[in-house]
Design a protein around this ligand. Structure first.
Ligand code: ADP
Ligand code: MN
Ligand code: MN
Ligand code: MN
Ligand code: MN
Length: 338
C-alpha cells in the first residue's frame, strides 16, 4: 500500500518569540482525505520549552493540512497541529485554541484578515548580498527594485511564492522592501483561523526552502540597527459592516476602540518591537496611537481606496514581523467586535 509522508508542524514554547518545529510521520493510507486520516501524535515537550523533564510528553493534534508543495507528484502533506496536554486540554503555549473560541464567538461579524509578512534574508551573519565590510549604498533604490546590484534572493522569493500557491495558500503578492535583502509577501483576505494557519505554513515553507539555498530568513523587527527599515507584519482588517456602504464610519469607530487598548495590543504585537516603532522609517512611536488617511507614519492607516469609496478595510501597522498571527487576530477580534 502507498504511504503518505506527513510533516507535523507545531509552535514551541520559546520566549519571547515562539519558533516552528516539525517532524515527519508516515501515515499508512494512499491519500489523506480528511483530518481524521491524520492520527494524533506526541513529542518531547522538554526539548521545546513546553515541559519540565518529568512527564514531558505532549500531544500534537492535527487541525489543518495542505499538500506538501515541495514534494510534487506525491500525496504528501504538511499538517498544522495544536499542542495539547496529556488530558487533551490546550497547552499554555497554544495560542490557536483561544483564537478558535473568539473566532466562533464573533463569527457573525465575518471578519477578514490580510497580513503583510516582511522578513530579511541572511547568509551566515550578514544580510544576503551585503558587503563583507561596511554597508551597501543607503536606502532609496531598493524598494520594488530590479537588478543584481539592488536585489538579493529573488530566486528563493519566487520559488517560495510558487510553493505557497501550489499548496493552496491565499498568497496575493510579494515585493522587495526598502532595505536590501528585505522582502515581503502578503496573504489574505481570509478569516482569522485560516489567516493564522496560512501564515505559519508560509513561514515554515520559507525556512524550509531556505535550507536548500543556504539562506536563512529572520523575522526580527530590527535586523540591522541604524538607518535601515525594520520589518513588520501589517495587519489589514475588515468586518462585513466595514465592507458595506457606510463602512468608513464603522472603521473610524473601530479605530477609537483600538486607541483605548493600545498597550494591550502592543503587548502581543511581537518582541523587540520597540526597536522598530520609533517614529521613523514609516512607523509611529510605540507609545503613540494615531490613525489617518493614507498616513504611513500612523499606527492605523486607512487606505486611499477605502476613503474614496467610503468602505473597505483598515491597516494596523503596529505588529512586528515576528508576531504570532493567532494572537494578533484574537486581540483584534476582541477589540473591534465587542
Ligand atoms: P500596502 O503595502 O500598500 O500596505 P499590500 O498590497 O502589501 O498593501 O497588502 C494589502 C493587504 O490587504 C493584502 O494582504 C490583502 O489580502 C489585504 N486586504 C485587501 N482587502 C482586504 C479586506 N477587505 N479586508 C482585509 N484585508 C484585505
Ligand atoms: Mn529519540
Ligand atoms: Mn505591503
Ligand atoms: Mn512592506
Ligand atoms: Mn502595508
Amino acid at each position: 500500500m502507498r504511504k503518505v509522508m506527513a510533516e507535523y508542524i507545531w509552535i514551541d514554547g520559546q520566549k519571547p518569540t515562539a519558533k516552528l518545529r516539525s517532524k515527519m510521520k508516515v501515515v499508512e493510507v494512499p491519500e489523506i482525505k480528511s483530518l481524521s486520516d491524520l492520527p494524533d501524535w506526541g513529542f518531547d515537550g522538554s526539548s521545546t520549552y513546553q515541559a519540565e523533564g518529568k512527564k514531558s510528553d505532549l500531544l500534537l493534534k492535527p487541525v489543518r493540512y495542505i499538500p506538501n508543495p515541495l514534494r510534487p507528484g506525491t500525496a504528501d502533506v504538511l499538517v498544522m497541529c495544536e499542542v495539547m496536554n496529556q488530558d487533551g486540554s490546550p497547552h499554555p503555549s497554544n495560542t490557536r485554541a483561544p483564537l478558535r473560541a473568539v473566532a466562533e464567538k464573533y463569527a457573525s461579524h465575518e471578519t477578514w484578515f490580510g497580513l503583510e509578512q516582511e522578513y530579511t534574508l541572511f547568509e551566515g551573519n550578514r544580510p544576503l548580498g551585503w558587503p563583507e565590510k561596511g554597508f551597501p549604498a543607503p536606502q532609496g533604490g531598493y524598494y520594488c527594485g530590479v537588478g543584481s546590484d539592488e536585489v538579493f534572493g529573488r530566486e528563493l522569493v519566487e520559488a517560495h511564492a510558487e510553493a505557497c500557491l501550489r499548496a493552496g495558500l491565499h498568497l496575493n503578492g510579494t515585493n522587495a522592501e526598502v532595505m536590501p535583502a528585505q522582502w515581503e509577501f502578503q496573504i489574505g483576505p481570509v478569516p482569522a483561523l485560516e489567516m493564522g494557519d496560512e501564515l505559519w505554513f508560509a513561514r515554515w515553507l520559507l525556512y524550509r526552502m531556505g535550507e536548500d539555498y543556504g539562506i536563512s530568513a529572520t523575522l526580527h523587527p530590527k535586523p540591522v540597527k541604524g538607518d535601515w527599515n525594520g520589518a513588520g507584519c501589517h495587519t489589514n482588517v475588515s468586518t462585513k459592516a466595514m465592507r458595506e456602504p457606510g463602512g468608513l464610519k464603522v472603521i473610524e469607530a473601530a479605530c477609537e476602540k483600538l486607541r483605548a487598548r493600545h498597550e494591550a495590543h502592543i503587548a502581543v504585537y511581537g518582541a523587540h518591537n520597540v526597536e522598530r516603532l520609533t517614529g521613523q522609517h514609516e512607523t509611529a512611536p510605540i507609545n503613540v496611537f494615531r490613525y489617518g488617511n493614507s498616513d504611513r507614519g500612523s499606527s492605523i492607516r486607512i487606505p486611499m481606496g477605502t476613503v474614496n469609496e467610503g468602505k473597505g478595510y483598515f491597516e494596523d501597522r503596529r505588529p512586528a514581523a515576528n508576531c504570532d498571527p493567532y494572537e494578533v487576530c484574537r486581540i483584534m477580534l476582541e477589540t473591534i467586535c465587542s
